[in-house]
Design a protein around this ligand. Structure first.
Ligand SMILES: [Zn+2]
Length: 175
């Protein structure tokens, strides 16, 4: 695998995005101004850990009743976000308006209106084969459920092109 660039120490969220109550689920991210296609919405930072290190962190957090916010970056490589950042609040949609452009950056997939909820397709970020989540996002493209194996769907591969997290991008390229 090519060398993964190092993340910045902190997360950055567009000043045109904020966390609010969502009609989809719990809290979500919303556009507070019109956002045009390709605009950076969120840049993830933190520290990189291996799978065994992450398992230990998760076990420690579970024992302490705390929470570890993490993203899978590559094979045996995970980003642990600083605690309490809002960046991870984005909900899932099967027809998302934001998507991945590099290991740490999410941009608008299309023009977004003020007040619209900012959504990602969790299928493009989840590499856990046991992950399953029912979906009722009401988009015409709704798959009914989101799974950690959605990256195998040819329709999604065609739809999302290069806009998967790197670990899934690599899996698609090798499949
Ligand atoms: Zn859906």
């Amino acid at each position: 695998m090519e060398t993964t660039p190092l993340p910045g120490p902190d997360c950055w969220l567009s000043p045109h995005a904020r966390v609010d109550q969502s009609a989809i689920e719990g809290q979500g991210l919303f556009a507070t101004a019109p956002i045009s296609t390709g605009t950076v919405i969120s840049r993830f930072g933190g520290r990189l850990v291996t799978d065994p290190e992450l398992r230990q962190l998760l076990a420690d957090a579970s024992a302490a009743g705390t929470y570890v916010d993490t993203l899978s970056i590559g094979q045996d490589l995970n980003l642990v976000l600083p605690p309490g950042v809002p960046n991870h609040a984005g909900n899932h949609s099967c027809d998302p308006n934001i998507w991945w452009v590099d290991p740490y950056t999410v941009v608008a997939r299309r023009d977004v209106e003020r007040g619209e909820e900012l959504t990602l397709d969790y299928g493009t970020i989840t590499d856990d084969p046991t992950f399953q989540m029912p979906c009722s996002c009401r988009s015409t493209a709704c798959r009914g459920q989101v799974t950690g194996l959605d990256w195998k769907l040819p329709r999604l591969q065609a739809e999302y092109g290069q806009h998967w997290v790197p670990v899934l991008q690599e899996r698609i390229a090798n499949s």
